[in-house]
Design a protein around this ligand. Structure first.
Ligand SMILES: Nc1ncnc2c1ncn2[C@@H]1O[C@H](COP(=O)(O)OP(=O)(O)OP(=O)(O)O)[C@@H](O)[C@H]1O
Ligand SMILES: NC(=O)c1ccc[n+]([C@@H]2O[C@H](CO)[C@@H](O)[C@H]2O)c1
Length: 535
């Protein structure tokens, strides 16, 4: 499988181990009197659902004060709704100009130069008239009755227009704790964000931005994770990438270090693509913290869900997703049971997998090795009396390589001439966008000029019995003469497999006996992993 431009990684690593490696968390002092809807209590039994920073300030006993360097808070006008593809079939609408994205700086790499931001300890007793801590706040009404919250972020005082962001406060909630200490789970529900078409969008986002950053400072005592709920969020509500980036940059260094994991629930192709493209300005360390979970069920295997408030629309989205998956599985099973024998094919399911990937991967073309079989009269007859179909010389491999080269030289042209519809981005320019070529065949790892082309190799295998069974129901353009399978096909398979193993060292083996769904998920995720890694 070749990729002209890269993307997407999805780590399926077990994250628990990583958390457990961290320093043992210390308990945070109890908070007192807190508004029932408050987001700041540290009461583990009743984690808050929304945030009210004003009343908890005096209750803090001993807290770390983290002084971050000065930072500019202005948000540019370029906020857009770029991260969701809920309304797209593929990430066709990807319209991020990588050239516009800033290159890494020291803040991106998580390493502030020693800028006075050392760790300090606040030893004041409760209620002491201490200066406000980062993120802590005061609220007041101005003469027109408008409610303002003043927070300190880094060492800058910021005012948040609470009135304007009131409807969106559920964007950030406290989702309880994981592990054994006060490792907070911060839930970011994108579905609660304002619609980018609304009046004052930039102003709202600017204030929301301050609110999110200050909330984080208050909610987090030790290590923490962010669960980003992406499901059920229309694209127009998604925050611009620069907004997210600024949020991340604004939180101080220690907080960024303490972020152990960013779980993105219900990620879409688009969101992964955006992350991939953002890679140049996102540190490797940060990328390593990202985990994707596709369902709430998966999420519940990673974190305790007891106090995680999932918005109704996200629950519904998850239900629908599960239903759709179930239907697909059932359809798959039905097909398996009812496909007339003549439609059945021999091998491990390459075509089945390829067809599915073609539907879901963006700007994806395919080259089938079988299309390069020579005419029957050009196929040599072996000493065994069989036409030697299962050898590399049975195909015009030069023509196949040229076809692949054609794609490499101009994937857009190739796609057009093969009737593949491209994303607008890919259409607009010959060099932009992601292009993927799937090369599918039974001897694609036995021809050196092709082997050099691949970025990613998969090998689906099934055992002899199953292969023979499937093959017996298959009718090729030239039907198998009796005995061909045992006399030629299988021995050649064994020979080529050995050869292939010494040719390629990075093949991912896929068990063709597992369900289509499992095979597809495995390959799809692996492709995304690699694409992300490449950026
Ligand atoms: N995971 C699977 N489990 C069971 N049956 C499968 C699976 N994947 C595919 N099949 C079935 O096996 C048969 C062969 O699948 P497919 O055509 O995808 O194989 P192939 O590798 O492309 O074969 P060939 O190389 O001979 O063209 C089909 O009937 C398909 O429905
Ligand atoms: N596609 C063809 O023309 C053809 C003809 C005869 C045999 N085959 C078989 O296809 C398999 C690969 O898909 C090989 O095992 C060939 O034997 C294909």
């Amino acid at each position: 499988m070749g990729t002209a431009e890269a993307t997407l990684r999805m780590d399926s690593m077990e994250v628990k181990d990583e958390w457990q490696d961290e320093d043992f968390p210390r308990p945070l002092p109890e908070d007192g009197d807190i508004d029932s809807s408050c987001g700041l209590t540290d009461n583990r039994n009743h984690p808050p659902t929304t945030l009210n920073v004003a009343e908890s300030v005096a209750q803090q006993h001993k807290r770390r004060t983290l002084v971050a360097p000065d930072m500019s808070l202005s948000l540019d006008q370029s906020e857009g709704s770029v991260l969701s593809d809920d309304f797209m079939e593929t990430p066709d609408d990807l319209d991020i100009n990588v050239d516009d994205i800033e290159t890494p700086d020291e803040t991106d790499s998580l390493e502030f130069i020693n800028n006075g931001n050392e760790l300090e300890w606040e030893d004041d007793p409760p209620g002491a008239n201490a200066k406000r801590l980062p993120g802590e706040s005061e609220e007041e009404r101005d003469s027109s009755g408008r409610l303002w919250r003043t927070v300190i972020i880094g060492d800058q005082e910021q005012r948040i227009d609470m009135q304007v962001i009131r409807p969106f406060l559920r964007v950030v909630t406290h989702g309880g704790y994981y592990g054994e200490g006060l490792n907070a789970i911060i839930v970011f529900a994108a579905c609660y964000l304002p619609d980018s078409g609304c009046d004052d969008y930039t102003y709202i986002m600017e204030n929301l931005f301050l609110y999110v950053v200050s909330s984080l400072e208050l909610l987090v005592a030790e290590d923490y994770m962010i669960v980003y709920l992406n499901g059920a969020t229309p694209r127009r509500k998604m925050p611009g990438i620069s907004w997210l980036k600024r949020c991340y940059q604004m939180i101080d260094r220690k907080l960024r270090k303490n972020l152990k994991c960013l779980i993105i629930a219900h990620p879409t192709w688009f969101i992964r693509t955006v992350l991939a493209i953002s890679r140049p300005f996102i540190s490797v360390k940060f990328m390593d913290k990202i985990r994707y979970v596709h369902t709430l069920g998966e999420l519940s295997q990673v974190i305790p869900m007891e106090h995680v408030q999932i918005p109704e629309c996200v629950l519904q989205y998850d239900d629908e997703k599960m239903m759709a998956q179930k239907e697909r599985l059932e359809q798959d099973q039905q097909q398996n049971n009812s496909t007339p024998p003549k439609e059945r094919v021999t091998n491990g399911g390459k075509t089945t997998l390829t067809d599915r990937l073609l539907e879901t991967l963006p700007n994806c073309c395919v080259v089938h090795q079988d299309d390069f079989f020579k005419k029957p009269d050009q196929i040599e007859v072996g000493e065994d009396g069989f036409r030697q179909w299962d050898v590399i010389t049975a195909m015009d491999m030069e023509a196949m390589v040229n076809t692949v080269k054609g794609w490499q030289e101009n994937p857009v042209k190739f796609a057009r001439s093969h009737g593949v519809s491209l994303s607008p981005k890919a259409e607009g320019s010959d060099s932009e966008g992601i292009h993927i070529l799937i090369i599918e065949g039974f001897l694609i790892y036995n021809y050196k000029p092709l082997v050099d082309v691949y970025d990613k190799c998969f090998y689906i295998s099934i055992p002899y019995e199953e292969c023979k069974k499937r093959r017996s129901t298959r009718t090729y353009t030239v039907p198998d003469p009796p005995g061909l399978f045992d006399g030629h096909v299988w021995p050649m398979y064994l020979k080529h497999r050995k050869e292939m193993e010494s040719n390629c060292n990075s093949i991912e083996y896929v068990d063709g006996m597992t369900s289509r769904e499992v095979i597809y998920n495995k390959v799809y995720e692996s492709v995304q992993n690699s694409l992300l890694n490449k950026l």
